[in-house]
Design a protein around this ligand. Sequence first.
Ligand code: GCO
Length: 398
Amino acid sequence: MTNDAADRFPEGFTWGTATAAHQIEGGNTNNDWWAFEHHPTSGTRESSGDATDSFNRWPEDADIVASLGLDNYRFSLEWSRIEPAEGEFSQVALDHYARVCEGLKERGVDPVVTFHHFTNPQWLAAKGGWEEPDTTERFAAFVEKAAARLDGLMTRACTINEPNVVSMMGYGLGIFPPGHTAGIPFVRAVNANFADAHRKAVDAVRAAAPGTPVGLTLSMAEYVAVDGGEARVEKERALMEDMFLDATGGDDFIGIQTYSRHRTGPHGMVGPEAGVPVLVMGYEFWPEALEATLRRAWAYTGGQVPLLVTENGIGTDDDAQRIEYLQRALAGVLRALADGVDVRGYTCWSLLDNFEWAFGYEPRFGLVAVDRTSFVRTPKPSAHWLADVARTGVLPPV
Ligand code: GCO
């Protein structure tokens, strides 16, 4: 680690903020998450319901991103709206997302489109979901269709969001759909399907929307070996990260998504360290994890593919803590840049307080608060703080 990092981001470094369809649109009743939320034993705290009503209010969201002067907005397509039954595509849904892209561009904001962000159409789940190798073909067909409609409108395409989280949470721990606790070999098999689907999706984007930069967005953590946990760390990372990093060769970027660190002993995760604040998500307040994961992704892949931070942020009701988190995380990005890690941009999770999956609406990751009844949006001080950094390219001292 060097101590002489500049306080300024390089020319062309991009700034954005992110959301995902199911977390903000509302009324996504035709996907597996909706079914899971409403299943009495799933453990999900509440229904996504109307979410932030962004299916209707996306112009307001786009106005906010533009008013903050951010370069781009990353959002996701809801597969169950676009392909409500297998092979049956909704022109209205495709046109909707095309309008979102156009609306962003009219406001000077680059659309960054994620094709899969956790949710699956219920028909796909009924056919076996991601444990079924044929799902990779079905996904590629959807990607090709959607990419063709959005050709020329997307600035970047992200194939699959955090496939490692979907497989571990859904097939290992049972807290995401389909709610299985099937064991590590099963998780590995699902991972392999996701890695294969990513490759097929890259090909589909390149065929249908040539020239659109495309990559995977991967959840990473700073793994710390505790009490002789080194071998265990290697095993966990191989399953959670390396299987996917191995599938990124030839991509245009790798999307790095980091929130905290994992302390791992010889038998598995050991939880937070005494004295380190623990967030509502149950993990440590540890903004330096971003620097660690950027360095690891870069070293592991041999610097072959540029990196983009496609998610980083914090669920908290204390917005001053959010600013501290962002500031320290961004200081880590500057240190990594100073050491030659090719990081092209930073995307904050999230634009809005939204539906945080099994946790419901309690964790608030937004730069912008959303009233749960009126849907009124109110930017927080952290939104203006990030806007200033993006505008000036200068990080105030930590
Ligand atoms: C994630 C996600 C988001 C979460 C965020 C905060 O990719 O895990 O992309 O959906 O809301 O990470 O936990």
